[in-house]
Each structure stands twice: as structure tokens, then as C-alpha cells.
Design a protein around this ligand. Sequence first.
Ligand code: UDP
Ligand code: MG
Length: 330
Amino acid sequence: MSPDVSVIVPVYNEQSHTLHALVAEVQRVLTTLQVTYELLFVDDGGKHETNMVLRDIVANNSHCKLVVLSRNFGEQAAICAGLRHCSGLVSVNLDSDLQDPPALIEQMLQAWQNGFDVVLAKQSVRHEPISKTFPSAVFYRVLNFLADRPIPVDVGEFRLLSRPVIDAINQMPERIRFMREMVPWMGFKQMELPFVRADRASGESGYNTIKLLKLAFQAVLVSSTKPLFLMTPVALTIMVIGVTALALTSYFPKTIELSTNQLACLNLIFCSFVLLALGLVTPYIARIIGEVRARPLFIVSELVGFATVPMTNPRKQFADRQSGTIASSI
Ligand code: UDP
Ligand code: MG
């Protein structure tokens, strides 16, 4: 039978004690609420040690399951892998570092019972370093300015989704994804729930500067087509300036006098405008290539703790058979 709640946790190189604390807290909250649940970890191609910790957790807790990805596909893909493999009536996505308090699930479930299909946790207060909160606040606002449709501000990946929403997301074919844009686009009844976001319990963020910039870039790419239309008004303005200058110099030859050097520099400036326009189009072409290639969003290398799925660890099967052979030959 399907559990009431599927808690999905993408994990990339998280510390053992943090993961154990997360399991204990989820267990405490959901047992108190008397709901059935599964705790679905998605190992996003992190370190071997993290994988071992997750396997150990799954082996000792019947509520826990593990989806292992074949490499690091990124948080967005890991969340989608969780959604593809969860079976609950609702899903709740949590950060692996206890930044998203599982205690909020109670209010989320109440909102769901009141008819909401999407409950977005809004970071009303953030106890994180300013080096993290400031760029994030700027990012949300710039993204909203550029985006074709409004994107909820200060809302991360901590959200409840009802089964119809999960099924709809699983059917969406796009490869380059930004869930914070996809979910609001989908419609259904949505609401925001404010919460206080703590700093990471321990360890380091799975996002380095390059990964963060890539995510921000991807977010703009999937949320906005405005940059594509930016060049038309710029081109028109340059054209008006050019025609005016031509008219002026034709009627009053002494108005503008430029040296050969100045003309060469002007030429370079206008060439750079053309290249800039091409540069704005290029990421969109790259996105089209990514979509046309239609490679899977993620590759699952192993499923652990799933009752209905046969063991997909051939090494373990081999080792089990070997130990059986040895045992029978003694
Ligand atoms: N994460 C992931 N793949 C990555 C990077 C991060 O699955 O390549 C997970 C990570 O384990 C965590 C969540 O995404 O559960 C958010 O990452 P993190 O806490 O490092 O980011 P922050 O909260 O600092 O934005
Ligand atoms: Mg975090």
C-alpha cells in the first residue's frame, strides 16, 4: 500500500551524523503525526563514504529507501529521481543538512487536507551567512524581473506536492530543469508557508561557486526569453543614431568630423554589439541541442530497500553466491 508521505532527500557528500539526525527528526515528526511514510534518499553521485552511510541507514530502517545515481547529476535531477521513485500520496522535499525543518510537515499536511496541491515553504527568516543570503536575495529578484512568469521569491526546494502534481511533473519531458519555475507554472492550488531557515547543521554546501553560477544561469535560461528580445530595441536605437548622423553630415558636412582611428574604433564597438547579440542567442541554442539530444535526466545505478524491485546490485549477488558456495563446500 502507498504510504501517506514520501520524504525525498537528495544527498551529495553529507556527513554521517547529520544524516542520522535527519532520519531521527523525520521519524519523530511523522510518528507523532501518525502517518505512514517512506524516507527516500537519492545519492547524487557523492563520495563512497556517504553511500556507505546511506546503505547502513536503509539496512537498519524499514522506512528508508535509496536511489543511487550513476554520477553527480545535480540537485534538480536528484529531486526528479526521487519524484520518479516515490509512491506516497504526497511528497515533501528536504535538504539533507537539516536546513528544512521536518516539523513544518505538520502544517504542510494540514494545508494539503484543506485542498492545496502545492505547499511552498517560504524562507521568511534566514540564519545563514550574509555571503549566502545576499546573493540569493539578489538572484531571486533579478530572476523575477527577467522571468516570463512570476517565480515565488525566497522559496527554495522545500515543498509539498500532491500525487496529481507528482504525476504531472514525471510526465514533463524537458531535460534542463529548474523546479522553482516548473512548479508555479503547473497551476493547481498553491500556497506559501513561512518558516525560519537554519544554517547547515554541519559540513559544507554541495554548491561551489561554479555550480551556483551554473544553476543561476540555467534558471534564467528556462524561465526567461526576454534576453532574446533585448537586442531589437538596441539595434533600432543604433540605427536611429546612424541615420541621424548620416543626415547631419550630409547637410552640414562640418558637424561631425572623425579621424580614421576614431572610425576604426567605432567599427570595433559595433562589431562587439553584433557578437554580444550572438552571445545572447548561443545559450538558447545550447538548450535546444540539450533538449533535442533527449538524454535521460539522470541514470539510476542501483535501487536499495525497494520491496517490489529485484536487487540490482550484481556485486552483492555474486558475493552472496560465492559465500553460499564456500559454505556448502565446508
Ligand atoms: N545536492 C545534490 N546534488 C548536488 C548538490 C547538492 O543532491 O550536486 C543536495 C544536497 O545534498 C542538499 C541539497 O541538494 O540536500 C541542497 O544542497 P546544499 O545544502 O549543499 O545547498 P544550500 O542549502 O547551501 O543551498
Ligand atoms: Mg542546504
